[in-house]
Design a protein around this ligand. Structure first.
Ligand code: NI
Length: 217
């Protein structure tokens, strides 16, 4: 799978961080040029935020679903949630991760653990309600696909430490969205529990979700 450099930056960084932290090594990251976006935080701090606990990641949100209905995170209380931020024009990483998410949901269904998959588009300009409706069910019939204004989406993404920006490859007439691609696991009360880095297999996700929920009670 070939990913343009601009697109792959967050993913490779996240994977590197997880691999290094997982391996017990010290994660050191230095940038040799100034960040082109002030929204981009220091990578080590981001990993800390994600790994250190519930208080700093996530929070409630209300957006519009693929049927035009306002949906709040609280509407899903009672079910653990798998949450992903992406966009339907994403050439490869989003569909790969969403397929893994959907397969993990099916595996967990079979084990009697019913989770709610939620997709939030980072590209509300192009991802209309109709596009989201078709996209979501292609992965899993239970998928809820949410959109909002640019400001609403930015606010929710920021709460989950999902940094994103529009990028236009040289010579291209269309933009892509460089975005962080983590799958978030929320407990039955909508509280953040854990994240899975891009490329996590469905099998591994299902096992880890099962374990995390067993601990969460
Ligand atoms: Ni993507």
């Amino acid at each position: 799978m070939v990913v343009p450099a601009a697109l792959s930056s967050w993913r490779s960084l996240a994977l590197l961080a997880v691999l290094l932290i997982g391996g017990g090594a010290t994660f050191i990251y230095s940038r040799d040029k100034p960040a082109e976006s002030t929204r981009r935080p220091d990578a080590a701090r981001l990993m800390n935020d994600l790994m250190s606990g519930k208080a700093q990641v996530g929070g409630p949100f209300t957006l519009e679903d693929q049927f035009g209905k306002r949906r709040s995170l609280a509407d899903f209380r009672g079910k653990p949630v798998l949450l992903y931020f992406g966009y339907t024009f994403c050439p490869d990483v989003c569909p790969t991760d969403l397929a893994a998410m959907a397969q993990a949901i099916r595996t967990l269904d079979a084990a009697g653990k019913v989770l709610q998959p939620i997709f939030i588009t980072l590209d509300p300009e192009r991802d209309t309600r109709e596009i989201l409706r078709n996209y979501a069910v292609a992965f899993h019939p239970r998928f809820v696909a949410l959109r909002g204004s640019e400001g609403e989406v930015r606010r929710v993404a920021t709460a989950y430490k999902v940094y994103f920006e529009k990028v236009r490859p040289p010579g291209s007439s269309v933009y892509l969205i460089d975005h962080m691609a983590f799958v978030f696991l929320l407990d039955r009360d909508g509280q953040y529990i854990a994240f899975f880095p891009p490329g996590t297999t469905a099998e591994r996700m299902a096992v880890m979700v099962g374990e995390a929920l067993a601990h969460a009670g």
